[in-house]
Design a protein around this ligand. Sequence first.
Ligand SMILES: Nc1ncnc2c1ncn2[C@@H]1O[C@H](COP(=O)(O)OP(=O)(O)OP(=O)(O)O)[C@@H](O)[C@H]1O
Ligand SMILES: [Mg+2]
Length: 345
Amino acid sequence: MNKEHTAHDELSSKRILVSLVKVKKYFSDGWRSLLSGSSKVRAVDGVSIDIRAGESFGLVGESGCGKSTLGRVILGLHKASSGNVLYKDDDIYNLIRNNRKAFRRQIQMIFQDPSSSLNPRKKIGRIMADPFVIHHPELSGKAVRRKSAALLEEVGLSAYHLDRYPHELSGGQKQRVGIARAMALGPEMIVCDEPVSALDVSIQAQVINLLDRLQKKFNLTLLFISHDLNVVHHLSDRIGVMYLGKIVEIAPRNRLYHQPAHPYTHALLSAIPISDPDEQKQRILLKGDLPSPSDPPAGCRFHTRCPEVLDICSQLEPQLVSVAADHYAACHLSHDNRGDRSIVH
Ligand SMILES: Nc1ncnc2c1ncn2[C@@H]1O[C@H](COP(=O)(O)OP(=O)(O)OP(=O)(O)O)[C@@H](O)[C@H]1O
Ligand SMILES: [Mg+2]
């Protein structure tokens, strides 16, 4: 048995930490809702996924496809319009209602823009102290400072930075503070929403490597959201590809890269620049923009832009079905898509 196979088997046997069952999140479409009486932005439209304890799950897709909304639903920052969001088999809204603080200790978040997530008027020491003051008021100021310094060291900064203001730090250093703060209470899971998109390319790799190291060292569960498949590749055990509010493919990282089953994943992969000049790759250019999530196309939502579209694609919505071990796709082309192997119960 090869090494990749063993790692994959190990992963798929891990317990499930977060489970989404047919989750929808619709937003009101403002004045359009008033005019039509029914229009809604279907940001997330029937997503069922399991995120396993200790895995790094990458969520990728074009701008506006619903990635951040899905992340915010998992964090309990948005209430799902319908469906179930479970954390260790418990409904997350019950967990939050019963003990918001305990839930917050378990799932933390890292956002895209490190500048706007750090209060410019507070020194880093104060910013780092906040979670301890709220969750561990019994700790002395000295103990909080000691713990904060240790966390900064864990992310490649030092006690020196405790007395600096955010504007005295570079973008990469600010994001390291964001990561240290997310780690402060020893969470089980961190939702990282485009954590490197605002950073220079040279700094991106450092921050990705840091997240990768922390994930392994502390056995963290990561939901890593990005519009860039290249970025997701470095960090993810499994990857979910999202299109217009739906998951269209889920597979272990290498499987997704080498044997993608959905034409949308093909197109995303073909857009990744390659460093080897001898390697040939044909870029698949998708027609048009992402359709409006208020009025998604009938049948397969991707059919209006799909280079391999069939007649059936505009009539029947393909279900997310198993195409290989731990690999699921929602496409009429890749398999017998009659719904009999659907994982969407
Ligand atoms: N609070 C809100 N109210 C109304 N519509 C919203 C709200 N939040 C998101 N949307 C809409 O839901 C859809 C999905 O947005 P979301 O931010 O989840 O996409 P995304 O995949 O994270 O995009 P990006 O890559 O640009 O961050 C978009 O059409 C967006 O305009
Ligand atoms: Mg987003």
